[in-house]
Design a protein around this ligand. Structure first.
Ligand SMILES: [Zn+2]
Length: 224
């Protein structure tokens, strides 16, 4: 779907989309660029920091509306990133600008296809514009775009954009939740194999009274 995205846009949406491409200096829709034109190398990403992400999602006027986006909900997209919804981020250079794209899993239906988000950033780490093929994407600040920006911000904060070695940042970039299979809570095992082996009964470890179960690899779960 993404490849023919621009061809299938309604006239008004197409005008908005072309305005975004003009800002970046793109002559072609990023969804149509060939796979071998994109690069996986966080070391070459612009050094986006949290104020840049906040400024874009909240203060920056939309290309078409000219009004600040004020999309406070998209700030919650950090959870999308830490949950592993953002797949490998790839980039291309367009003059002095950088376009970065990633597939992002939808928040509420884990079996649904990914959304396709891209952002354009100039060489001073200012986010110029962004897009996503979800329903909210034409507004330039959906949660998938926010999640992509948070992954880029994390790479800078964790030092992957300055790393001397290329392999480690690339491996980090490819680390995400590949597939989540829905299951009833009763069937979900919250414990690692190691923690169950440490329990004398082989059952999930419990803490004193039976109302509290300790998962040493995550957090304390309490049942009321
Ligand atoms: Zn989206």
């Amino acid at each position: 779907m993404a490849y023919r995205y621009m061809d299938e846009l309604p006239v008004e949406a197409l005008v908005r989309y072309k305005a975004k491409l003009d800002i970046v200096g793109l002559h072609q829709c990023p969804y149509k660029l060939k796979a071998d034109e994109w690069t996986n190398n966080p070391k070459q990403w612009p050094k986006i920091e949290y104020p840049d992400v906040y400024h874009y999602l909240i203060n920056t006027p939309g290309v078409f509306s000219q009004q600040p986006k004020a999309n406070h909900r998209s700030l919650e997209a950090y959870n999308f990133f830490v949950s592993g919804w953002v797949q490998t981020v790839l980039h291309i250079k367009v003059g002095t600008n950088t376009v970065l794209k990633a597939d992002v899993k939808p928040s509420w239906r884990v079996t649904e296809d990914c959304h396709h988000s891209w952002v354009a950033v100039d060489n001073s780490a200012c986010v110029l514009t962004a897009h996503c093929d979800c329903m909210a994407g034409l507004g330039e600040s959906c949660s998938h775009i926010g999640a992509l920006l948070y992954k880029m911000e994390a790479a800078v904060r964790l030092g992957y954009t300055d790393s001397a070695c290329t392999d480690v940042p690339c491996q980090w970039n490819q680390c995400f939740t590949k597939k989540v299979t829905p299951s009833p809570v009763a069937r979900i095992n919250f414990y690692t194999e190691k923690s169950q082996q440490q329990s004398p009964s082989g059952e999930a470890p419990r803490n004193g009274n039976s109302s509290e179960i300790i998962n040493p690899h995550f957090r304390t779960w309490k049942f009321v």
